[in-house]
Design a protein around this ligand. Sequence first.
Ligand code: ATP
Length: 259
Amino acid sequence: MAKSIDVTDLNIYYSDFLAVQDVNITIPARAVTAFIGPSGCGKSTFLRSLNRMHEVIRGAHVEGKVLVDGEDLYAPEMDPVNVRRKIGMVFQRPNPFPTMSISENVLAGQRLNSKRMKKSEADDIVEQSLRSAGLWAEVKDRLDRPGSGLSGGQQQRLCIARAIAVEPEVLLMDEPCSALDPISTSVIEDLIHELKTDYTIVIVTHNMQQAARVSDQTAFFNLAGVGQPGRLVELGPTEKMFANPDDPATEAYIQGRFG
Ligand SMILES: Nc1ncnc2c1ncn2[C@@H]1O[C@H](COP(=O)(O)OP(=O)(O)OP(=O)(O)O)[C@@H](O)[C@H]1O
């Protein structure tokens, strides 16, 4: 189910503004890859190019190749809606649909795909997804209550359950803990650790300790200068990136000397 991603010579634009330049990276399956770097260097932009969310913005486009297990995401015959189903995303702020119940939230992706299913099948998906997201025990007696009634950390796990209910191949997470308290953050980090046995996970984080704790490889992005596009400076095993990076800018950023 989990798939690897190969990015070649990727340039990412907002109209004619080149936001991210010349990214080459391989993201392995069943591992966590962290994107770190100072504000504005294009981490979120690059993340959104990995499931064709970027082009939702008017004028936004990419050049280059993104292959998922060898399949070109930007090939003309690719349906972007289908791409986004296979490559799920969890955002910074938990965003359950406020008028939907907990179980309806989990099933929202299936309903969007207008998939018809029996009640028993739907119940199984709800239970399985909530179990995988580590939320089942806390919500099993109130599945019909609104998702918005949960705590922030529970809402984020509900969003993770919603993302995995459609059995994606990749899970993209854009600062998934930045709105959460330390305990909820630690629960989500444990969950990321468990999910990587089944999924390819990419996480954008400003939290260096978090990158060090959850990821197997780390990619450091930076701007060459003001008004310049973001670039991938260095990619390596997380332990090496934190202990002994090759690039002085990586070391300076990790040590908190800028950004
Ligand atoms: N919708 C948009 N339209 C035009 N430019 C944008 C848009 N979103 C982002 N940008 C620009 O693209 C560049 C990269 O932004 P992006 O948000 O990807 O960086 P980031 O590294 O994720 O930053 P942060 O860590 O602050 O979230 C920045 O110069 C930003 O101003």
